[in-house]
Design a protein around this ligand. Structure first.
Ligand SMILES: Cc1cc2nc3c(=O)[nH]c(=O)nc-3n(C[C@H](O)[C@H](O)[C@H](O)COP(=O)(O)OP(=O)(O)OC[C@H]3O[C@@H](n4cnc5c(N)ncnc54)[C@H](O)[C@@H]3O)c2cc1C
Length: 489
């Protein structure tokens, strides 16, 4: 296939990194972003108040831009710093010049005769629809807030928010009014919001089914109080744990070892449900405040009343404001897909080639479903994967046959299952690893992969896999006028 013009949907940090690599390789790249700026998850319109990067910055850096805002790369950063970092990168690389903001892609229509896609773009500011034609489309959609449907919602007279809606000004409004707040959900965003209220001695009712086990940031990455790196013991514990989570049985054993060594912690009612493990990192201060200063109620919402909430355990709680920390879906806000005029229903899609491409539209790649890791690091590897995929030039039939053969029964119907990254289960690492294996077979051997994991976990270094970097470097076209190397001043 002859590919020149590529569309990237989403200017989150993975979309930015993918765009940069593809531009360097000589493609014409257009980025479409429905928000008014870059940053995705870390953009102020998505980030909730007091959102921090859970992982240290070094694990999320753009490969060709090591400016960590002059901070220790082992530290966590605030969402606002990550947003600044994304903006600086976009200026430094001139990526702003190929991005259309406030532009939401609503439809992708594939024409199998011309082998091109038409993107329908809605300009939110001017309410205008425009169609654009591309040789290849990359959809980086990742986090779309998920709201549960509640019985009795029509009677509820209080405020109802998703955790993403809790911006600083809204937090101030709630606390100034002295609202009776109920927080729903116990995963990472739930613990972040509970921590924000508890830190300010504001008492809320926190309804959750079960507390999660979380990684201890100070034991994994960096102790912000002492300024010390974790001991080699803990780093090795993490390394071996990560490498040996090869099946459900081993995953349980490793999580159990992590529990008894205090490497993962549950800041609430203890349990041995290994599926209630979240690959999020809480530091000692967060763990202590969440464990000792929050009012945790282990139940579920039965229905909403006028200014109260009835729980399944029969308890009723007063509520002026209900905050749902109920996570995000990958494609809840679906972009309509068409092939030769016929609508493709996401729910009917059974097979995805390497978790990325549906055989019906061989020139549309989903990057959010397969992650080597997060953000720019994911973007860099995905870019290499996409370059190779374009080169392979597989037909719809070939894609279908391979994906049927490769598919793993429990992971059928990927669009029905939602985002593996947010299933918050102890088996998350396992599913990620399967994806990693598939993605990396094209590039490196097991030894190199283990070396990479060792570097990230023990040496705190995310230099890209040599074979991936070599491959990307071999595709870069320095003579191409599209190469954007002007340093941002
Ligand atoms: C609360 C929260 C905390 C997290 N914490 C961490 C962390 O600490 N460390 C970490 O590594 N990861 C974390 N993650 C995961 C995080 O989402 C990823 O690391 C990363 O931000 C994903 O980047 P992305 O570019 O793939 O997707 P996103 O950041 O989601 O970017 C996708 C972009 O696509 C745009 N878009 C979507 N649909 C359309 C459309 N139809 N048309 C145009 N544009 C569209 C969106 O507006 C968005 O800007 C967290 C996620 C959440 C929700």
């Amino acid at each position: 296939m002859s590919v020149k013009n590529i569309a990237i949907i989403g200017a989150g940090w993975s979309g930015l990194q993918i765009s940069k690599v593809l531009i360097d390789c000589g493609f014409n790249v257009s980025i479409f972003e429905e928000l008014c700026d870059v940053g995705g998850t870390w953009n102020p319109s998505n980030a909730y108040y007091d959102l921090w990067l859970h992982t240290p910055m070094y694990r999320c850096q753009f490969y060709d831009y090591e400016d960590f805002l002059n901070r220790n790369p082992l530290k966590k950063l605030r969402a606002s710093d990550v947003f600044e970092y994304c903006k600086n990168y976009s200026k430094f690389t001139s990526l702003y010049s190929c991005a259309k903001f406030n532009t939401k892609i609503t439809k992708v229509s594939y024409n199998s005769k011309t082998n091109k896609c038409i993107l329908s773009a809605f300009d939110k500011q001017n309410s205008i629809n425009t169609d654009y034609t591309f040789d290849f489309v990359i959809n980086t959609q990742f986090n779309i807030p998920r709201m549960p449907s509640f019985k009795g919602i029509e009677n509820f007279k209080g405020n109802l928010y998703h955790s993403n809606d809790i911006k600083e000004y809204r937090f101030d409004e709630i606390t100034k009014r002295k609202d009776k707040v109920v927080l729903l959900g116990g995963s990472k965003s739930g613990t972040d919001i509970a921590y924000t209220f508890a830190k300010r001695n504001y008492n809320i009712s926190w309804v959750l089914r079960s507390m999660y086990w979380f990684m201890c940031f100070d034991k994994t990455c960096f102790n912000s109080n002492t300024g010390k790196k974790p001991s080699l013991f803990y780093r090795m514990l993490y390394l071996f744990g990560t490498l040996f989570m090869i099946n459900e049985f081993f995953t349980k054993i490793i999580l159990f070892i992590w529990m008894i060594t205090g490497y993962i912690k549950c800041p609430g009612k203890l349990h041995l449900n290994f599926r209630k493990f979240h690959l999020g990192y809480l530091d000692d201060d967060q763990l202590s405040i969440i464990a000792h200063q929050t009012n945790q109620i282990y139940s579920e919402i039965e229905c909403l009343l006028e200014k109260q909430i009835l729980l399944k355990n029969g308890q009723t709680i007063d509520c002026d404001t209900l905050i749902c920390a109920t996570g995000c879906d990958i494609i809840a806000d679906e972009i309509e897909l068409y092939k030769d005029g016929e609508r493709i229903n996401y729910k009917d899609i059974k097979y995805l080639y390497q978790y990325s491409v549906i055989s019906e539209i061989p020139i549309l790649c989903f990057t959010g479903l397969a992650n080597l890791t997060f953000g720019p690091v994911n973007g860099y590897y995905r870019a290499a994967w996409i370059l190779k995929f374009i080169e392979k030039n597989l037909s719809s039939k070939e894609l279908y046959d391979i994906s049927v053969k490769q598919s793993i029964s429990s992971e059928l119907y990927p669009f029905n299952k939602g985002n593996a990254m947010f299933d918050s289960s102890g088996f998350l690492l396992l599913t990620v690893k399967r994806r990693v294996r598939i993605m990396l077979t094209d590039f490196c051997d097991l030894k190199e992969f283990f070396g990479y994991v060792y570097n990230v976990i023990v040496k705190f270094d995310t230099a890209p896999l040599k074979s991936v970097k070599k491959y990307i470097d071999s595709k870069i076209k320095p003579e191409d006028p599209n190469i954007l190397n002007e340093k941002f001043k």
